[in-house]
Design a protein around this ligand. Structure first.
Ligand SMILES: NC(=O)c1ccc[n+]([C@@H]2O[C@H](COP(=O)([O-])OP(=O)(O)OC[C@H]3O[C@@H](n4cnc5c(N)ncnc54)[C@H](OP(=O)(O)O)[C@@H]3O)[C@@H](O)[C@H]2O)c1
Length: 258
């Protein structure tokens, strides 16, 4: 239990972020979720409050530096500190499009959220953690950040970039009591993955899902709660000697080529 600790989950309105926020509530954290969509947030907030946890939603677009700075200020104004942060927000813009066909606008939009947005989150979260004398941070990257994938060039570039941010910052702030790690996720059953399957075959997305599963040694897609377990462990004191790590969680998918 992390009773009394405050966690900010950026991208907590859906998928892996939502599962992380809910599990954190069960583990005794006070939870702040951030994202753009108040309707999605309302469902997550209901689930968290049913667990009896203190929780708050702060509407934020992480591509805007002023909104990110305000987000961290608000967490501190509400709860006094921010012990842990999980940056799970991302877009699948440009996924399914080969590199030479990606429009410049799509590149800028996707990078503005998936890479610059995560950098902005880290920047303001770390500034706060320096002020309070420590903290722990997990960025949700992807196995696409370790290797590339067809139709995922700009997504992979952002996810690789996140690993660079994670490892560099982990070294910069290791003596300040701030641990910074990443999760390299394989396939998890979330609205983003469902959308990717739909884009690949709008008439029969479940066929794409079945084909994908066949490549996974465990022969199944992960449940978001399984990613949440790993994130909360990395954030917890149980992982006290771990920083700059990229933890792979993919049902064995990438094990044959690493
Ligand atoms: N699912 C998978 O198979 C898989 C695999 C590898 C890696 N990942 C990574 O896991 C993380 C979570 O993805 P997911 O599958 O859980 O996707 P998801 O269900 O689509 O959730 C994405 C989250 O990002 C938030 N978000 C998007 N743009 C934002 C912005 N500009 N500002 C603030 N929040 C924003 C969304 O909130 P709003 O809509 O409320 O803004 C939502 O909460 C992502 O980093 C993704 O790349 C997922």
């Amino acid at each position: 239990m992390q009773t009394g600790k405050v966690i900010l989950v950026v991208g907590g309105t859906s998928g892996i972020g939502s599962a992380t926020a809910q599990l954190a509530a069960e583990r005794g954290y006070t939870v702040v979720i951030a994202g753009r969509d108040p309707q999605k947030a309302a469902q997550v907030m209901k689930a968290i409050k049913e667990k009896g946890a203190l929780a708050h939603f702060l509407q934020t677009d992480i591509s805007d530096s002023r909104q990110v700075a305000h987000l961290v200020d608000e967490v501190v104004r509400l709860y006094g500190r921010m012990d842990a942060a999980c940056n799970s927000a991302a877009l699948d813009e440009g996924v399914g499009v080969a590199l030479a066909d990606v429009e410049e606008e799509a590149y800028d939009y996707q990078m503005g959220v998936n890479l610059k947005g995560i950098w902005l989150c880290m920047k303001y979260q770390i500034r706060q953690m320096l002020k309070q004398g420590g903290g722990s941070l997990v960025n949700v990257s992807s196995i696409n950040g370790l290797g590339g994938a067809q139709g995922a060039s700009i997504y992979s570039a952002a996810k690789s970039g996140m690993l660079g941010l994670t490892k560099s910052a982990a070294q910069e702030y290791a003596t300040a009591g701030i641990r910074i790690n990443a999760l390299c996720a394989g396939a998890f059953k979330t609205p983003m993955l469902e959308n990717v399957f739909k884009k690949a075959n709008p008439d029969n997305p479940s066929q794409v899902e079945e084909q994908y599963k066949a490549f996974i040694p465990m022969q199944r897609i992960g449940h978001p709660s399984e990613a949440a377990e790993a994130i909360l462990w990395l954030l917890s004191d149980q992982a006290s000697y771990i920083t700059g790590h990229s933890m792979i969680i993919d049902g064995g998918f990438s094990s044959s080529f690493r």
